[in-house]
Design a protein around this ligand. Sequence first.
Ligand SMILES: NC(=O)c1ccc[n+]([C@@H]2O[C@H](COP(=O)([O-])OP(=O)(O)OC[C@H]3O[C@@H](n4cnc5c(N)ncnc54)[C@H](OP(=O)(O)O)[C@@H]3O)[C@@H](O)[C@H]2O)c1
Length: 249
Amino acid sequence: MPTALITGATAGLGAAFARRLAADGFTLVLVARDEHRLAESAQQLKLRYGGAVETLPADLSTEDGLTAVESRIRDGVDLLVNNAGFGHPEGFLRTPVADELRMLKLHCEAVLRLTLAALPGMKSRGRGGVINVASVAGFFTRGTYSASKAWVINFSESAAAEVGHPRVKVMALCPGFVRTEFHDRAGMDTAGIPGFLWLKADNVVAAAMRDLALGRVVSIPDPRYKAIVAVGKFVPRNLAAQVSARIGR
Ligand SMILES: NC(=O)c1ccc[n+]([C@@H]2O[C@H](COP(=O)([O-])OP(=O)(O)OC[C@H]3O[C@@H](n4cnc5c(N)ncnc54)[C@H](OP(=O)(O)O)[C@@H]3O)[C@@H](O)[C@H]2O)c1
């Protein structure tokens, strides 16, 4: 049985990856901080899909958490989903620097280190995949969140090129707004986001798995967001930054 390790597997997109991969017959390793919720998620997945599910409680914004997950990945995983992440309610100037650094540790350092822990084994086995969950925000400018997701996209593209193995895939997944716990946890007001822009987590994951199989390096699920990113490329960066900053106020 192939093994998939998913970070942030107890809610939102991570939980949708867990359901999909369990249904596909993967043995799962679920990572998140809340031990109780991890155990519950594992129990439900085992009941519904019947496969083996391990839990690994870890805070990936800490050294201990990162080391524990790196070590489990080096024991062998076939698919790594670097998904854990969070948002800030306020812009850069109103966010404590400790929160910004925690975000960079989770969105960038954890993605870097876990990908590096996974790829050598995948290369030597001649197969494997890494999905790094970025965001459509990575194509625009919106504080440290966007900057960290731009890093995830750029890093994934260069890792994919450097691996140079047709059966070892690295892909950045760039969803738009998805109905998960993300915005509530961040204390964001979503009232102004039009209904048609919301995606369902299960649909995002289905698109991601299709794109990974097709060998895409950057996956933007849903035509609405493909169009937004395409149009965004023609908007001058300084104008886009001013609009983003105004929306943020
Ligand atoms: N929702 C959106 O609109 C959207 C759009 C684009 C991209 N994304 C990206 O998608 C990814 C998943 O977001 P989501 O919307 O599914 O969020 P979510 O519903 O809030 O779920 C976040 C998951 O990450 C875990 N987590 C958070 N901090 C962690 C840490 N320090 N160490 C380990 N696990 C941690 C949480 O569990 P614990 O609290 O128990 O640790 C939970 O399982 C993120 O990278 C996010 O940036 C989301």
